[in-house]
Ligand binder design. Structure first.
Ligand SMILES: [Zn+2]
Length: 303
């Protein structure tokens, strides 16, 4: 049986040219749309600052990423959990953290930093430089020396900028580097994080004595990282009324043995009309800041 020969169908020359022209126009148009979309996404993400308050158990660890991908870690929590948290918000190939701020050398803030120093290159460390009796504090100091990180000893009035983010140090009052400090909580670094028109106040584990001392320098803030996990030894009325945070973040472990946060502190925060987020009940808390203001949400999906 004779097979039917398949006849190739040729377009007339003019139609072929038209066809190619249409394909080219469609291609260029698609490329234009794609690049516009990418450009818009980049433009949007370019002015957004991310702030994470990690659910790290009974301890403290916050993380900030600037729009140009520079990173600031504030404390490292009580154990290696911090590595899982960082892995969830950093690209796998990113092994550098620009700035680590160590509020003070208590275990619930620095134990996790050991694994952070092992895994990441830390460019700059901001801490008080005070000598402590704790073994972990000394161990961390040795890590800083071994890493050859740039060290800044925080004191009142110092301003450090990471891209467009300002870190305004309010405490300690003076340089206590090299001095032996017994009261670690009250030597915590206190600083305001300023980006666009939004300010977040970080208070470490300071207690009422320090709150009274820095009261004149406290101004209205948007978000307060509540001192000392909501302990009754902190968050005096005058301090809260002056800071007047719209939102308050409490980093605290579930069913912790210290009964943090204290009911009196929660009541005082409610009395000033502050919305409260807690890492024990809300898990990880994420804040996005841009030129329009800020948004906070708890337990967000990973990127
Ligand atoms: Zn603490």
């Amino acid at each position: 049986m004779q097979k039917r020969r398949a006849h190739k169908r040729y377009l007339p020359i003019n139609n072929k040219k038209k066809y190619i022209t249409h394909v080219c126009i469609l291609f260029l148009f698609s490329v234009f749309i794609l690049f516009s979309a990418i450009g818009r996404v980049r433009l949007d993400s370019n002015n957004k600052l991310s702030v994470w308050f990690f659910d790290i158990g009974q301890g403290d660890a916050s993380f900030i990423e600037t729009p140009d991908n520079r990173q600031i870690l504030i404390d490292g929590g009580p154990d290696g959990t911090i590595l899982d948290k960082l892995s969830s918000v950093m690209w796998p190939w990113d092994n550098t953290i620009d700035v680590v701020i160590i509020t003070h050398m208590d275990a619930d803030h620095v134990n996790g930093l050991v694994s952070v120093f092992d895994k990441y290159k830390i460019d700059t460390v901001i801490y008080s430089g005070a000598l402590t009796s704790g073994v972990m504090g000394q161990f961390i100091e040795q890590k800083i020396i071994n890493e050859k990180s740039r060290v800044i000893n925080a004191k009142f009035g110092y301003v450090y900028n990471v891209s467009d983010v300002g870190i305004h140090i309010l405490w300690p009052q003076k340089n206590i580097s090299g001095k032996f400090i017994k009261d670690k909580n009250n030597s915590s670094i206190v600083f305001g994080l300023q980006y666009q028109n939004t300010e977040v106040l970080f208070t470490g584990d300071i207690e009422k004595e320090t709150e009274k001392y820095i009261l004149p320098y406290i101004k209205d803030v948007d978000v307060l990282k509540v001192a000392h996990h909501g302990s009754k030894t902190s968050s005096i009325n005058d301090f809260l009324k002056r800071a007047k945070p719209e939102y308050s973040i409490i980093s605290v472990g579930e069913n912790n043995r210290y009964n943090h946060p204290n009911y009196g502190v929660l009541d005082r925060l409610k009395d000033i009309g502050s919305y409260i987020y807690r890492t024990d009940t809300d898990s990880d808390i994420m804040m996005i800041i841009d030129s329009y203001g800020y948004k906070i949400k708890s337990n967000p999906l990973p990127f």
